[in-house]
Each structure stands twice: as C-alpha cells, then as structure tokens.
Design a protein around this ligand. Sequence first.
Ligand SMILES: C[S@@+](CC[C@H](N)C(=O)[O-])C[C@H]1O[C@@H](n2cnc3c(N)ncnc32)[C@H](O)[C@@H]1O
Length: 155
Amino acid sequence: MDIKILCFGSLDKDFFIKSFNEYQSRIKNYSKFEVIELKEEFNKEDENNKIINSKAILEKLKSYSEYEIICLNVNSKIISSEELANIIKTNKNFKKAKLLFLIGPSDGFSKELLEQKFTKISLGNITLPYQLFRIILAEQIYRSFKIIKNEKYHK
Ligand SMILES: C[S@@+](CC[C@H](N)C(=O)[O-])C[C@H]1O[C@@H](n2cnc3c(N)ncnc32)[C@H](O)[C@@H]1O
C-alpha cells in the first residue's frame, strides 16, 4: 500500500517528533508512508483562512488524483478503530491501494472542501491540535494494520 498524510506545518517539539517517528517506522512495516506538509496561511478572519488554506489543499490534491482521499474532520461521522481498519482494508486494490489522509489547518476546512466527494470521518467528538492529531492518526493507521493482519496489539 501507499499511504500519505497531507497536513499543515511541521512538528516543532521534540516529543511530538519522537512519537510520530515511532509510529511512522512501525507503519513502514506494512505500507509506504509519507507526510506532505503545506504552509498554513494566517489572516485576520477565520473564514478567509479556511478558504485560502482549503484552496491550497485542493490545488495540491490535483497531483494525487489516483489516491482515495480520507478527510479527517471533527464534525463528520465518528468511526471506531475497526471501522478505520475496514476503510484501509477495503480500499480498492488493497496491496496497490493509494490512500491519502487529509488533516486540516487550525481553522478547519472550507465549505467548498467539505462538499467534495471525499470520505469524511471523525476520530471522536473532541478537537485535537493538529500536531497531536497527526500522531494520533499515525497510531490509528498502525493499529488498523494490526487489526487487518490479526496481530496482537489492539485490545
Ligand atoms: C485544530 S483542528 C481544527 C479545528 C477546527 N475548528 C475545526 O472545526 O475543524 C485541525 C485539524 O485536526 C484534525 N482533527 C482534530 N481533531 C479531530 C478529530 N477528533 N477527528 C478528526 N479530525 C480531527 C482535523 O483534520 C482538523 O481540521
């Protein structure tokens, strides 16, 4: 498989970097894995930020048209770890599968982006800061592979 995370900014704390690297190296036992970082634009108004940053996402996604896009959005359907594993497992060709997970900027996504035909999921009814969320998503992707392979890890 080929899994990418498209997100904003870079991890700037040593403990975030170490945690992410740990899950990244574990995921690489199961799949190609890459993080693509966009530069977040900040303006005065949240609504403008959503529009500008979401446009940057949509522009970037033009280079990844063969990927199934999974948009992580707090207010979308909350899914379990097993359901995430199922999304990964049933992704079109599985071994040749290409999946791109999208983490939004600080102000979230624009209406235009949320209207795209992406799979939209939430990992819970709490809003996590995007650096921390990147680590949690990586852990859940790793957990998904353990569930798919029926390997000991998840409880
Ligand atoms: C700081 S949050 C954005 C908060 C913004 N107010 C919103 O409502 O989307 C940054 C990004 O982290 C991701 N995120 C944070 N918590 C999440 C959760 N519980 N489920 C899914 N995605 C989450 C989303 O991709 C979100 O766009």
